[in-house]
Design a protein around this ligand. Sequence first.
Ligand SMILES: Cc1cc2nc3c(=O)[nH]c(=O)nc-3n(C[C@H](O)[C@H](O)[C@H](O)COP(=O)(O)OP(=O)(O)OC[C@H]3O[C@@H](n4cnc5c(N)ncnc54)[C@H](O)[C@@H]3O)c2cc1C
Length: 491
Amino acid sequence: MRSHAQAVVIGGGLIGCSILYHLTKLGWSDVVLLERSELTSGSTWHAAANIHGLHDSTNISLLQHYTMALYKELEVETGQGCGIFQPGSLYLAQTEAREHQLRLQEAKARRYKMNFYEIGRDEAERLHPLVDFDGIRCIMYEPEGGNVDPSGVTLAYPAGARQRGAEIHRFTPVTCTEAQPDGSWIVRTPKGDIRTRWVVNAAGLWGLEMAAMAGLELLLMPTEHQYFVTETIPEIAALDRRLPSVADRDGEYYLRQEGLGLLIGAYERDMRFWTEDGTPPGFGHELFPDDLERIEENMMRAIDRVPVVGAAGIKRVINGPMIWSLDSAVLFGPVPELANYFCCNGIIPGFSQSGGMVKLAAEWMIEGEPSLDMFGWDMARFGHWAGKAFTRARVHDQYSHRFKIHFPNEERAAGRPVRTRPAYEKQKAMAPSSTSISAGSIRSGSPPPASRRKRRPASPARTGGHRSAARRACCARMPASSTSPTSPNMR
Ligand SMILES: Cc1cc2nc3c(=O)[nH]c(=O)nc-3n(C[C@H](O)[C@H](O)[C@H](O)COP(=O)(O)OP(=O)(O)OC[C@H]3O[C@@H](n4cnc5c(N)ncnc54)[C@H](O)[C@@H]3O)c2cc1C
C-alpha cells in the first residue's frame, strides 16, 4: 500500500468508486480507495438502480444525463458490463399540479435539448400494454430512462481508475483520520497509514461515523427502504422487448421490468428509521425482514395501474438501509471548517447521479471549483441550529413525501420551530397561519455550515471559511425558498 497519495477515498460503494474514477480521469493517478469490506457493501449492492435524466433542477438534469451516457462509455473503456437497460420511462400525471410539473419539465427539456416529450395514450399503450391509462391527464416519455446493474457499474468505475494508476484496497477499514498542521491528513488503517492531501468521505451508510473521526457531525439518518420483484409474468415473457419503466409519482411507487417479472418499490407514508444513532460498525451484506404490509397502500395503487401485478406471485423482497440528509439532497463539497476534507454523503438517487455529481467533486478538488453551481447540494447550506431532532423530523417528512410536488416558497412544517424569538408566542397568536418569518422560527435556508465542528472553531482564514462566509452573505440576501432549489419531485 502507498504511504503517500494525492487523495484517499474512503468507501468502495457506488460513489467512492466513481470518485476514484473521476479523479484519475481528470489527471490524478496517485489516488487510493480504501474499503472496509468488499466493494459494493453498504446500500449499493441491493439498490433497484433505476436511472433517469430529468430533474426539477436544470443543473441536476445535466448531471444525470452525463451519468446515463457515461455508463455506456465505461463499458467500452473497461470491458466491465454495467447491465444497462434503457427501454425508456413513462411519466404519468393524475392531477393538474402533476401535469403542470411534467409540462414544465418538457419545456425545459426542449430548451436544453434533452429527450423528454409528451406522447398520446395510443403510443403509451403500444409502449407499455400492461398499464391502464384511465384517469391519466398526460404522459411524458423519456427514451433513455431505465436501469443498470448496481454491481456492474460499481466494479466498472475502479476498473477504469486502476488503468490510470489508482490503487484499491479491499478489507482495509479506515480507523482514524488525523488532520495535520500543514493541511494534509494521515489516514490510519490496520494495514498501515497513508499521508494524503485530500480525504474524501464516501462512506455511505457509515458517512456519519467516518465524519466523527474528523470531529464532524453530519446531519444524516438511515431509513429502511423496500421493493419487491414478482415471479415471471406470462404477458412479459411473451414480449420480445423490454417494457419501459413507469414513474407514477401520484401513486407513490416506482415500477419497472426485472427479468421476466416486475419490480415495484415504494416510499411509504408509514416509514421506518433503521437506527437513529448511526450505522453499526459490523453491519454487512444484510437485509431487514420483509414488511410488505407497510407498503400495502402503494402496492394497491400499483395494482390498479398495472393489473397483472395483482395476479403475480412475489419472488423476492428487498428491505435494505438507505441514508438520508434532512432535505434528501447530498451533503456535498469541501467541509468549510476543515482543510482538504471532501464529503459526498447521503445520496438517494445514486445511480442517476454518480457520474455527474462526482465529476463535479473531482473538478472541485483538482481545479478548485466545480463547473456547475450546485448550491442546493453544498454542505454549507445548513446551520448549527439543525440538530438531531430536526434531522429526524425532516428525514421523516422527506421520505414519506418523496414524490410530493413542492412549490416555490413552500414552507415545510416538519421539525419547526427549532428556534424562536421572544415575540414568537405573541406573533403566533396574532397570525395563526405563520410562515417561518412571521412566526419567528428559523428559516429553512438559513446559512452557515452543514457540519458541526466539535473540536476546533471555524477559521475564516481557511479556504472553507472564506467560502462559508461568502455563502452566509449570499444567503442573507436570499429568500428562504431559493436556498433549497432542488425539489425532490424528479429525483
Ligand atoms: C432498497 C434500495 C433501493 C434503491 N434504489 C435505487 C434506485 O433505483 N436508483 C438509485 O439511483 N438509487 C437507489 N438506491 C440508493 C443507492 O443505493 C445509493 O444512492 C448508493 O448506493 C449510495 O452509494 P454510496 O457509495 O454513497 O454508499 P454505500 O453503498 O453505503 O457505500 C459505502 C461504502 O463505504 C464503506 N465504508 C464504510 N465505512 C468504512 C471505513 N471505515 N473504511 C473503509 N470503508 C468504509 C462501506 O463498506 C461501503 O462499501 C436504493 C437504495 C436502497 C436501499
